[in-house]
Design a protein around this ligand. Structure first.
Ligand code: AR6
Length: 164
């Protein structure tokens, strides 16, 4: 079951929220900054121990002061011209997050619109990759049984509703 919602991902009481992080996993702006701010310093301490994450992969941590139970940190690609493997890397960021969710018994999972902020991925192309990857995975796996696409801005909210 998939739901599209327009809200701040840090407010969600789900088993896991996904963070659109960078390779350092040490925080940044956008949704990453919001998640670290709301979770508190213990999240940064746990992330330091992980020692980074390559683009297209994902890592799981606790969620500390957040209402969610876990944070899955994934690193989407920086969009340049679409000819540098961006699509495969974005798909891989979604897929790696979904696989970690399954491995950790996560039923409800919330995704932000990975790579569509600072990393400048074109919204429509990114939304198509997100939706097709999640739908396909959920058809083949029992967990996660509920996925939220959290759209923070009107443009993405409109686009996701149009595409789904
Ligand atoms: N809840 C849900 N979505 C949000 C929130 C929020 N609180 N805040 C922003 N968004 P971005 P990226 C949306 O830039 O493009 C960071 O500095 C935002 O509107 O957060 O993957 C990292 O450290 C946009 O639609 O992530 C990396 O360096 C979406 O989240 C870099 O940015 C993603 O925008 C990653 O860039």
């Amino acid at each position: 079951m998939i739901e599209i919602i327009k809200t701040d991902i840090t407010k969600l009481e789900v088993d896991a929220i996904v963070n659109a992080a960078n390779q350092s996993l040490l925080g940044g702006g956008g949704v990453d900054g919001a998640i670290h701010k709301a979770a508190g310093k213990s999240l940064l301490e746990e992330c330091k121990k992980i020692g980074g994450c390559p683009t297209g992969e994902a890592r799981i941590t606790g969620a500390y002061n957040l209402p969610a139970k876990h944070v899955i940190h994934t690193v989407g690609p920086v969009y340049k011209d679409g000819k540098r493997g961006e699509a495969a890397l974005l798909k891989s960021a979604y897929l790696s997050s979904l696989k970690l969710a399954t491995l950790n018994g996560i039923e409800s999972l919330a995704f932000p619109n990975i790579s569509t902020g600072v990393y400048a991925y074109p919204l429509r192309e990114a939304a198509i990759i997100a939706i097709t990857t999640v739908k396909d995975y959920m058809q083949k796996n029992e967990l996660p049984s509920k996925v939220y696409f959290v759209c923070f801005n009107k443009a993405n909210f409109y686009l996701y509703n149009q595409l789904i």
